[in-house]
Design a protein around this ligand. Structure first.
Ligand SMILES: N=CN[C@@H](CCC(=O)O)C(=O)O
Ligand SMILES: [Zn+2]
Length: 401
């Protein structure tokens, strides 16, 4: 078939559309038509519209096609590494002890402040390229290792300049207390709120995040950050109930948060709050694994309450230095007991929702043409393998890339 439109036909595919009522949104002998950056048609190959005349045609020979992967929680921009801290933890030091002694996040803040913009961006681009190599097409990147206006802006600009995937940025000024504000935590929260309008004016923020935790910020301080965000019309997200139950989830849900992330210590009240507000529960098996946590997030309760569950790498140098979203699929199943279908929805459909993006995460007409072609027979293999990358082709905005 040849033609003169900019339509491209992808045929001979086994489609996991994640759309509709079927498990996996499955179409056994499927086809998909893209037009420019969007999906124009998707369905059984036998029902392809007549007179299509696509400019290009790809026969996928029975390969599995899924939506492009979305990593909805990362800290990709930072300087330095924390392998020494890993050694200390293996010798018995806890994450909290290291943080209270001035290490942890604050050691990455020192390395990030010392790094120039070009090297921060180059390092983050290498990390992003690794994610892209596994089929990631949209990535959220947080600040939170600058902790002063100039350094936070530098990290957010570096994130915005990354190439090869669609970027969303979250302002995480309330990540940790920087050394110059030692003993003045409330004043630092004032500063975090005061910097927000300037960062927004420069177009650097899509959402506002905070770390509500014993070693982070109290619910009252988190509330102030969220109120500042609300005044500016910015959506919020929260690092919540990672190491203890602070009730941060209920607070975030009061503000209609896009997502609450980590959630190992989430209470039944927190589960109900998520269900009532439609907030996504983002689970981060990499951090759970790397910190050798033993308290599992309440997956069965989340499932029963109908809370959408996203899965992310949480890539960061302290608690989750992984760059494999596929590995997170496997860990979400083995460690958290998600089904392979729930895990795939967690890095597509529900990850899109965790970023407030309605135009991706499924294969349906009108959505972005972001998808992956996999050398597997069934999408459950994406969770089954670990340490193997079966990606054959990635299509981002309708283009093979
Ligand atoms: N928990 C807080 N923030 C990061 C870890 C940051 C760090 O240790 O550098 C997280 O999502 O796990
Ligand atoms: Zn995080």
């Amino acid at each position: 078939m040849t033609g003169t439109t900019d339509k491209t036909l992808w045929r001979g595919a086994r489609l996991a559309t994640l759309d509709g009522a079927q498990p996996w949104g499955w179409v056994e002998r499927g086809a998909l038509i893209t037009e420019g950056e969007h999906i124009a048609w998707v369905g059984p190959e036998a029902e392809l519209p007549a007179g299509l005349a696509p400019a290009i045609e790809h026969d996928l020979g029975g390969a599995v096609l899924t939506p492009g992967l979305i990593d909805s929680h990362t800290h990709l921009v930072y300087g330095g590494r924390r392998a020494r801290e890993f050694e200390l933890r293996l010798q018995g030091a806890s994450y909290e002890e290291i943080a209270r002694a001035g290490g942890g996040i604050r050691s990455t803040v020192a390395a990030t402040r010392a790094a120039d913009a070009a090297s921060l961006q180059a390092q983050a681009q290498r990390r992003l390229d690794t994610l892209i190599g596994e089929g990631v097409t949209t990535v959220e990147v947080k600040s939170g290792y600058g902790l002063d206006l100039e350094s936070e802006a530098r990290c957010l600009r570096a994130a915005r300049a990354l190439q090869g995937a669609q970027l969303r940025t979250s302002y995480l000024g309330a990540h940790a207390l920087p050394p110059e504000f030692q003993g003045r935590q409330d004043e630092y929260v004032d500063a975090v709120c005061a910097w927000m309008p300037q960062l927004q004016r420069e177009g650097l923020i899509d959402a506002v995040d905070a770390f509500c935790e014993g070693i982070g910020f109290t619910p009252a301080q988190t509330r102030r950050v969220f109120e500042a965000a609300r005044t500016l019309g910015l959506p919020v997200k929260l690092h919540a109930e990672q190491l203890s139950d602070q009730g941060g989830t209920q607070l975030a849900c009061e503000f209609g948060a896009l997502s609450c992330d980590h959630l190992e210590y989430l209470s039944p009240e927190g589960v109900q709050a998520l269900a009532a507000s439609g907030t996504v529960a983002t689970l981060l098996p990499g951090a759970y694994y790397f910190l050798r946590e033993t308290k599992l997030p309440p997956v069965a309760a989340l499932r029963e309450a109908g809370v959408p569950i996203a899965i992310s790498t949480d890539h960061n140098p302290g608690t989750s230095p992984t760059l494999s979203l596929l590995l997170m699929l496997n860990m979400a199943c083995t460690l958290f007991r998600l089904t392979p279908e729930e895990a795939l929805r967690g890095v597509t459909q529900h990850a899109a929702r965790a970023l407030g993006l309605a135009d991706r995460g499924r294969l349906a007409p009108g959505l972005r043409a972001d998808f992956c072609v996999w050398d597997v027979e069934h999408p459950n293999e994406l969770s089954y393998y670990f340490g193997r990358n079966p990606l054959r082709q990635r299509v981002w905005g309708g283009k093979l890339s």
